[in-house]
Design a protein around this ligand. Structure first.
Ligand code: NDP
Length: 243
Protein backbone atom coordinates (compact mmCIF):
# COMPACT_ATOMS: atom_id res chain seq x y z
CA UNK A 1 0.00 0.00 0.00
CA UNK A 2 1.25 3.52 -0.71
CA UNK A 3 2.35 5.64 2.24
CA UNK A 4 1.64 9.34 2.74
CA UNK A 5 2.93 11.78 5.34
CA UNK A 6 0.98 14.93 6.18
CA UNK A 7 2.43 17.66 8.40
CA UNK A 8 0.01 19.66 10.51
CA UNK A 9 -2.63 16.94 10.24
CA UNK A 10 -4.38 17.55 13.57
CA UNK A 11 -7.03 19.84 12.11
CA UNK A 12 -8.08 21.98 9.15
CA UNK A 13 -6.62 21.35 5.70
CA UNK A 14 -4.03 18.83 6.89
CA UNK A 15 -6.69 16.69 8.59
CA UNK A 16 -8.82 16.73 5.43
CA UNK A 17 -5.78 15.71 3.35
CA UNK A 18 -5.02 12.81 5.69
CA UNK A 19 -8.62 11.56 5.47
CA UNK A 20 -8.76 11.97 1.67
CA UNK A 21 -5.46 10.15 1.19
CA UNK A 22 -6.69 7.28 3.38
CA UNK A 23 -9.88 7.12 1.30
CA UNK A 24 -7.62 6.78 -1.76
CA UNK A 25 -5.77 3.83 -0.24
CA UNK A 26 -2.76 5.44 1.47
CA UNK A 27 -1.46 4.51 4.89
CA UNK A 28 -0.91 7.88 6.57
CA UNK A 29 1.63 9.39 8.97
CA UNK A 30 0.19 12.45 10.69
CA UNK A 31 2.24 15.09 12.47
CA UNK A 32 1.01 17.73 14.90
CA UNK A 33 2.66 20.52 16.90
CA UNK A 34 0.60 20.60 20.11
CA UNK A 35 -2.81 19.07 19.42
CA UNK A 36 -2.16 15.36 19.93
CA UNK A 37 -5.85 14.66 20.55
CA UNK A 38 -6.83 16.23 17.24
CA UNK A 39 -4.22 14.19 15.39
CA UNK A 40 -5.34 11.00 17.13
CA UNK A 41 -8.95 11.63 16.14
CA UNK A 42 -7.90 12.04 12.50
CA UNK A 43 -5.75 8.90 12.79
CA UNK A 44 -8.85 7.02 14.01
CA UNK A 45 -10.64 8.14 10.82
CA UNK A 46 -7.70 6.87 8.75
CA UNK A 47 -7.94 3.53 10.52
CA UNK A 48 -11.70 3.56 10.06
CA UNK A 49 -11.01 3.69 6.31
CA UNK A 50 -9.03 0.47 6.71
CA UNK A 51 -5.58 2.07 6.50
CA UNK A 52 -2.67 2.22 8.93
CA UNK A 53 -1.96 5.48 10.76
CA UNK A 54 1.07 6.76 12.64
CA UNK A 55 0.87 9.87 14.83
CA UNK A 56 4.05 11.82 15.58
CA UNK A 57 4.68 15.18 17.31
CA UNK A 58 6.80 17.48 15.18
CA UNK A 59 7.83 21.10 15.52
CA UNK A 60 8.81 21.76 11.90
CA UNK A 61 11.34 24.41 12.94
CA UNK A 62 13.49 21.61 14.36
CA UNK A 63 15.35 20.30 11.29
CA UNK A 64 17.02 17.47 13.17
CA UNK A 65 13.75 16.18 14.56
CA UNK A 66 12.11 16.52 11.13
CA UNK A 67 14.74 14.17 9.70
CA UNK A 68 14.21 11.81 12.65
CA UNK A 69 10.45 11.88 12.04
CA UNK A 70 10.94 10.89 8.40
CA UNK A 71 13.15 8.00 9.43
CA UNK A 72 10.61 6.81 12.03
CA UNK A 73 7.72 7.01 9.57
CA UNK A 74 9.60 4.96 6.98
CA UNK A 75 10.54 2.40 9.63
CA UNK A 76 6.94 2.24 10.88
CA UNK A 77 4.91 2.39 7.66
CA UNK A 78 7.40 1.94 4.82
CA UNK A 79 8.83 4.29 2.18
CA UNK A 80 6.95 7.58 1.85
CA UNK A 81 5.29 7.84 -1.58
CA UNK A 82 3.56 11.17 -0.96
CA UNK A 83 4.38 14.08 1.32
CA UNK A 84 1.94 16.91 2.03
CA UNK A 85 3.86 19.80 3.54
CA UNK A 86 0.95 21.61 5.12
CA UNK A 87 1.90 22.86 8.62
CA UNK A 88 1.64 26.62 8.72
CA UNK A 89 0.85 29.68 10.81
CA UNK A 90 0.01 33.37 10.48
CA UNK A 91 1.28 36.26 12.59
CA UNK A 92 -0.66 39.17 11.15
CA UNK A 93 -0.11 42.88 11.63
CA UNK A 94 1.28 45.94 9.91
CA UNK A 95 4.81 45.01 8.79
CA UNK A 96 6.34 48.33 9.77
CA UNK A 97 5.15 48.05 13.36
CA UNK A 98 5.74 44.38 14.11
CA UNK A 99 8.51 43.12 16.34
CA UNK A 100 11.22 41.38 14.36
CA UNK A 101 10.63 38.13 16.20
CA UNK A 102 6.91 37.96 15.38
CA UNK A 103 7.60 39.05 11.82
CA UNK A 104 10.05 36.20 11.31
CA UNK A 105 7.84 33.42 12.72
CA UNK A 106 5.76 32.51 9.63
CA UNK A 107 8.93 32.41 7.56
CA UNK A 108 10.56 30.05 10.07
CA UNK A 109 7.53 27.72 10.11
CA UNK A 110 5.99 28.01 6.63
CA UNK A 111 9.17 28.23 4.58
CA UNK A 112 12.21 27.00 6.50
CA UNK A 113 10.07 24.52 8.44
CA UNK A 114 8.58 23.14 5.23
CA UNK A 115 12.07 22.75 3.77
CA UNK A 116 13.15 20.95 6.95
CA UNK A 117 10.64 18.19 6.16
CA UNK A 118 10.71 18.28 2.35
CA UNK A 119 14.51 17.91 2.08
CA UNK A 120 14.93 14.61 3.96
CA UNK A 121 11.84 13.16 2.27
CA UNK A 122 13.06 14.27 -1.16
CA UNK A 123 16.49 12.78 -0.51
CA UNK A 124 14.94 9.38 0.17
CA UNK A 125 12.49 9.64 -2.73
CA UNK A 126 15.30 10.57 -5.11
CA UNK A 127 17.28 7.54 -4.00
CA UNK A 128 14.25 5.38 -4.81
CA UNK A 129 13.54 7.28 -8.07
CA UNK A 130 9.94 8.07 -7.24
CA UNK A 131 7.54 10.05 -5.10
CA UNK A 132 5.34 13.11 -5.03
CA UNK A 133 5.47 16.14 -2.77
CA UNK A 134 2.75 18.77 -2.42
CA UNK A 135 3.35 22.02 -0.54
CA UNK A 136 0.43 24.09 0.71
CA UNK A 137 1.13 27.69 -0.27
CA UNK A 138 -1.54 30.43 -0.36
CA UNK A 139 -3.15 32.85 -2.74
CA UNK A 140 -1.65 35.51 -0.44
CA UNK A 141 1.82 34.45 -1.61
CA UNK A 142 0.84 35.38 -5.17
CA UNK A 143 -1.31 38.46 -4.59
CA UNK A 144 -0.11 39.85 -1.26
CA UNK A 145 -2.42 41.06 1.47
CA UNK A 146 -2.19 44.07 3.78
CA UNK A 147 -1.26 42.90 7.27
CA UNK A 148 0.24 39.65 6.03
CA UNK A 149 3.63 40.68 4.60
CA UNK A 150 5.48 38.00 6.58
CA UNK A 151 2.95 35.32 5.66
CA UNK A 152 2.95 36.39 1.99
CA UNK A 153 6.75 36.28 1.93
CA UNK A 154 6.77 32.79 3.46
CA UNK A 155 4.23 31.44 0.96
CA UNK A 156 5.84 33.11 -2.09
CA UNK A 157 9.14 31.68 -0.88
CA UNK A 158 7.56 28.25 -0.67
CA UNK A 159 6.55 28.48 -4.34
CA UNK A 160 10.14 29.39 -5.23
CA UNK A 161 11.34 26.38 -3.27
CA UNK A 162 8.88 24.11 -5.10
CA UNK A 163 9.87 25.41 -8.54
CA UNK A 164 13.59 25.03 -7.85
CA UNK A 165 13.19 21.57 -6.34
CA UNK A 166 11.07 20.47 -9.31
CA UNK A 167 14.12 21.14 -11.48
CA UNK A 168 16.48 19.38 -9.07
CA UNK A 169 14.28 16.35 -8.45
CA UNK A 170 12.57 15.86 -11.82
CA UNK A 171 15.50 14.03 -13.39
CA UNK A 172 15.39 11.65 -10.43
CA UNK A 173 11.73 10.80 -10.87
CA UNK A 174 10.39 12.89 -7.99
CA UNK A 175 7.55 15.39 -8.54
CA UNK A 176 6.87 18.45 -6.40
CA UNK A 177 3.96 20.86 -6.76
CA UNK A 178 2.11 23.48 -4.75
CA UNK A 179 -1.51 24.30 -4.15
CA UNK A 180 -2.63 27.87 -3.54
CA UNK A 181 -5.77 27.81 -1.42
CA UNK A 182 -7.93 30.89 -1.17
CA UNK A 183 -10.07 31.49 1.89
CA UNK A 184 -10.72 28.11 3.55
CA UNK A 185 -12.85 27.63 6.67
CA UNK A 186 -10.37 26.57 9.41
CA UNK A 187 -8.99 27.78 12.75
CA UNK A 188 -6.66 30.05 10.79
CA UNK A 189 -9.50 31.99 9.16
CA UNK A 190 -12.01 31.80 12.04
CA UNK A 191 -10.04 34.58 13.72
CA UNK A 192 -10.24 37.00 10.78
CA UNK A 193 -12.50 40.04 11.17
CA UNK A 194 -15.97 39.40 9.69
CA UNK A 195 -15.79 42.30 7.23
CA UNK A 196 -12.46 41.00 5.90
CA UNK A 197 -14.04 37.57 5.37
CA UNK A 198 -17.14 39.05 3.66
CA UNK A 199 -14.99 41.12 1.31
CA UNK A 200 -13.05 38.03 0.28
CA UNK A 201 -16.23 36.01 -0.31
CA UNK A 202 -17.54 38.87 -2.48
CA UNK A 203 -14.45 38.55 -4.66
CA UNK A 204 -14.72 34.76 -4.95
CA UNK A 205 -16.43 33.57 -8.15
CA UNK A 206 -18.04 30.63 -6.38
CA UNK A 207 -19.37 33.00 -3.69
CA UNK A 208 -18.43 31.02 -0.63
CA UNK A 209 -15.58 30.09 1.67
CA UNK A 210 -13.71 26.93 0.74
CA UNK A 211 -13.88 23.86 2.96
CA UNK A 212 -10.72 21.89 3.89
CA UNK A 213 -12.01 19.08 1.62
CA UNK A 214 -11.92 21.51 -1.33
CA UNK A 215 -8.13 21.57 -0.92
CA UNK A 216 -7.73 17.89 -0.06
CA UNK A 217 -9.10 16.82 -3.47
CA UNK A 218 -6.50 18.67 -5.57
CA UNK A 219 -3.75 17.65 -3.11
CA UNK A 220 -4.70 13.98 -3.45
CA UNK A 221 -4.76 14.33 -7.23
CA UNK A 222 -1.26 15.88 -7.29
CA UNK A 223 0.02 13.05 -5.06
CA UNK A 224 -1.46 10.39 -7.33
CA UNK A 225 -0.14 8.73 -10.49
CA UNK A 226 -2.92 10.59 -12.37
CA UNK A 227 -0.63 13.64 -12.05
CA UNK A 228 2.44 11.73 -13.29
CA UNK A 229 3.41 14.46 -15.80
CA UNK A 230 2.86 17.43 -13.48
CA UNK A 231 5.77 18.95 -11.57
CA UNK A 232 6.73 22.50 -10.59
CA UNK A 233 3.08 23.50 -10.94
CA UNK A 234 1.13 25.83 -8.70
CA UNK A 235 -2.55 24.96 -8.63
CA UNK A 236 -4.99 27.70 -7.62
CA UNK A 237 -7.54 26.22 -5.23
CA UNK A 238 -9.46 29.36 -4.45
CA UNK A 239 -12.97 29.23 -5.91
CA UNK A 240 -11.94 31.86 -8.46
CA UNK A 241 -10.77 34.47 -5.98
CA UNK A 242 -9.76 37.71 -7.69
CA UNK A 243 -7.36 39.69 -5.51
P1 NDP B 1 -4.84 25.22 11.13
O1 NDP B 1 -4.41 26.26 12.06
O2 NDP B 1 -6.23 24.70 11.18
O3 NDP B 1 -3.82 23.96 11.18
C1 NDP B 1 -2.45 24.18 11.16
C2 NDP B 1 -1.72 22.87 11.39
O4 NDP B 1 -0.31 23.12 11.37
C3 NDP B 1 -2.03 22.22 12.71
O5 NDP B 1 -2.02 20.83 12.56
C4 NDP B 1 -0.87 22.65 13.59
O6 NDP B 1 -0.58 21.73 14.64
C5 NDP B 1 0.26 22.65 12.59
N1 NDP B 1 1.36 23.52 12.98
C6 NDP B 1 1.30 24.84 13.29
N2 NDP B 1 2.52 25.31 13.63
C7 NDP B 1 3.37 24.25 13.54
C8 NDP B 1 4.75 24.10 13.77
N3 NDP B 1 5.52 25.12 14.17
N4 NDP B 1 5.31 22.87 13.59
C9 NDP B 1 4.55 21.83 13.18
N5 NDP B 1 3.22 21.91 12.95
C10 NDP B 1 2.64 23.12 13.13
O7 NDP B 1 -4.55 25.86 9.68
P2 NDP B 1 -5.13 25.55 8.21
O8 NDP B 1 -5.61 24.17 8.11
O9 NDP B 1 -5.99 26.67 7.83
O10 NDP B 1 -3.78 25.74 7.37
C11 NDP B 1 -3.03 24.65 6.85
C12 NDP B 1 -2.11 25.21 5.78
O11 NDP B 1 -2.88 25.81 4.74
C13 NDP B 1 -1.16 26.28 6.29
O12 NDP B 1 0.10 26.14 5.67
C14 NDP B 1 -1.84 27.57 5.82
O13 NDP B 1 -0.93 28.61 5.66
C15 NDP B 1 -2.42 27.11 4.49
N6 NDP B 1 -3.51 27.94 4.00
C16 NDP B 1 -4.67 28.09 4.71
C17 NDP B 1 -5.68 28.87 4.19
C18 NDP B 1 -6.97 29.08 4.89
O14 NDP B 1 -7.78 29.90 4.43
N7 NDP B 1 -7.26 28.39 5.97
C19 NDP B 1 -5.54 29.58 2.91
C20 NDP B 1 -4.28 29.34 2.25
C21 NDP B 1 -3.32 28.55 2.79
P3 NDP B 1 -1.35 21.83 16.09
O15 NDP B 1 -2.81 21.69 15.78
O16 NDP B 1 -0.82 20.68 16.85
O17 NDP B 1 -1.03 23.16 16.65
Amino acid sequence: MPVACVTGASKGIGAACARALAAHGYDVALTFASDREGAQAVAADVQGAGRRALVRALEVRDAEDAAAMVEEVEEGLGPIDALVSNAGITRDGPAVRMHAEAFAEPIAVNLTGAANVIRPVARRMARRRGGSIVAVSSVVGRAGNAGQANYAASKAGLVGLVRALARELGPRGVRINAVEPGMIRTRLTDVLPGDWRDALIARTSLGRLGEPEDVAGPVTFLCSPAAAFITGAVLATDGGLAL
